[in-house]
Design a protein around this ligand. Sequence first.
Ligand code: GAR
Length: 211
Amino acid sequence: MLRVAVLISGRGSNLQALIDACRQPDFPAGIVRVIANRPTAGGLARAADAGIATTVIDHRDHAGRDAFDAALNKDLRAHGAELVCLAGFMRILTPGFVAAWRDRLINIHPSLLPSFKGLDAQRGALDAGVKIAGCTVHFVRAEMDSGPIIAQAAVPVLADDDEQSLAARILEQEHVLYPQALKLIARGRVRVEGDRAIVDGDAAGPAMRRR
Ligand code: GAR
């Protein structure tokens, strides 16, 4: 079983999707720790309900990004994390931290990267008038919302969508995609070659892998 830590800042609906997946028999990963940078993160209660130990590392208690990331790294090592999943974790990690966890640190983002990086990705998609939106799971690199793409899911953008309706449609897919990507990694089916993640079996077409 791959030992996974999940980092959150907020409500933790993606964390919940990962918790639910890890509960399934034969799922090849387990969550050993949930870490939040905000004591008020709603996801902390989800972890507690699932019997998963949590750590709050409040960024306001640390002098700067290096000190915060050092505390994060220490906690991850202390609990034997082998893979780190960012799930609505709204802090930029230092290049040193990202390098230390290279190819063992993944993120979910509510756009079809490399389009619409950063905050308000759904707003960006609406403003650009794209007809297809979606979400991406990727390995994390130092530059925000960049890195080898592991999996993506697409949804239509409808004429009467607002930010909420589009975000909800994307989020539903996030909850499917993130556990799928985690399972692929835990089964050893993902490798990084240069700037790309190669997924065994994707030759048949990743769109066919949904659900
Ligand atoms: C999700 O939509 C996630 O993709 C996004 O924040 C939300 C967190 O929701 N992450 C980012 O925008 C990262 N750049 P959740 O706390 O309910 O999982």
